[in-house]
Every structure is written in structure tokens, then in C-alpha cells.
Design a protein around this ligand. Structure first.
Ligand code: THU
Length: 173
């Protein structure tokens, strides 16, 4: 979908921000290390400025897929991007939008493992813009891509679970 035809208000980002995000994820494909599949994937994250930031430049972190001779060890572009942002100090809620780009005609959506990985750091209404080889895209929210998801908010504090188990243990008062 061309940017002009999309109502971005619902996603809380501007056309300018989306254009930058699209450019970055398309560019990020160049960084892919994919000698085994030749399937290049680029990812980009539009981030809220960190509290310590003094720059007015857009905060965008990129990732690309990094494969391995031991095939299952390879990592997807989305997880490389999120891991990079996390070690730079970004936290849950800092990711405003995600862009993903491949070299195919269709709109490649994040794999199941990446959806779960993204879910840890994204709000359910965060948009994920999935680009094809020509830079056209489809957009879905995190919640649409991973309905009924399991996230950090579901986990009670471990002490609470331990205490509740201990109180139900045979022989407990
Ligand atoms: N890949 C990604 O980087 N992201 C996805 O969401 C789907 C798959 C990569 C993994 C592998 O390097 C290549 O694409 C082919 O599966």
C-alpha cells in the first residue's frame, strides 16, 4: 500500500516516520548474511527517544538475518533488531513501529518465533509494516499477528507462585 493512501493516525506515527522506517528496513536487507537460503530479510524499529537522548534525529535500529552453517542456529532479522535495541538501552514500550522487508513479491510476515520475541517488547497495538521487494507494504498490529498471546504481563511474580504451591503442598497447615 502506498503511504499516501494509509491513515497513519491509528498507528500514532507520521508519514515521514513511516517513510524513514521503510527506507531503513529495505536498506537493512543489504546487511543480511544468508549464504544458505539467499533469502535476505531486513528489519527496522522506530523507537521512542531514550530519556538520555539530546538528538532530534529519528531513533531507528536495524537488523538483518544472520544464518549459520548449522542451519537451525541462524537468527531472523527481527530478533537481531530487537536484541540490538535492547542492548542499546531501549525497553518494553519503546518500539513504536516495526518494518520488515524481503526480496519477494509477497508480504513476508515475521515467523512464529519472531512474533513471540517481538511480543515481549511491543504493545499489542504496535504496527508491523511488511514490505515486499518493491517497497510496497501491508500492515498488521502485533495483536493481529499473534492473537491470544503469552507475554510478560501474564506471568505472576515467581514468589507468588512458590507461596501458592507451598500452601497447597501435602502436610502444609
Ligand atoms: N527470516 C527472517 O529473518 N525473518 C522472518 O520472519 C522469516 C525468516 C530468515 C531466516 C532465514 O535466514 C531466512 O529468512 C529463510 O528462512
Amino acid at each position: 500500500m502506498p503511504v499516501e493512501e494509509l491513515s497513519l493516525d491509528q498507528y500514532g506515527i507520521t508519514a515521514q516516520e513511516l517513510t524513514a522506517l521503510s527506507e531503513k528496513c529495505l536498506e537493512a536487507r543489504e546487511r543480511a548474511y544468508c549464504p544458505y537460503s539467499q533469502f535476505r530479510v531486513g528489519a527496522a524499529l522506530l523507537l521512542r527517544p531514550r530519556a538520555d537522548s539530546t538528538s532530534s534525529a529519528l531513533n531507528i535500529v536495524i537488523g538483518a538475518n544472520v544464518e549459520n552453517a548449522s542451519y537451525p542456529v541462524g537468527t531472523c532479522a527481527e530478533r537481531v533488531a530487537v536484541g540490538t535495541a535492547v542492548v542499546q538501552g531501549y525497553k518494553h514500550g519503546d518500539i513504536r513501529a516495526v518494518g520488515v522487508a524481503t526480496d519477494i513479491e509477497g508480504y513476508c510476515s515475521p515467523c512464529g518465533m519472531c512474533r513471540q520475541f517481538l511480543r515481549e517488547f511491543l504493545d499489542l497495538d504496535t504496527p508491523i509494516f511488511m514490505h515486499n521487494k518493491d517497497g510496497n507494504f501491508q500492515v498488521k498490529t502485533m495483536g493481529e499477528l499473534l492473537p491470544m498471546s503469552f507475554g510478560p504481563d501474564v506471568l505472576p511474580p515467581p514468589e507468588e507462585l512458590l507461596a501458592s504451591r507451598a500452601s497447597k503442598a501435602p502436610g502444609s497447615a
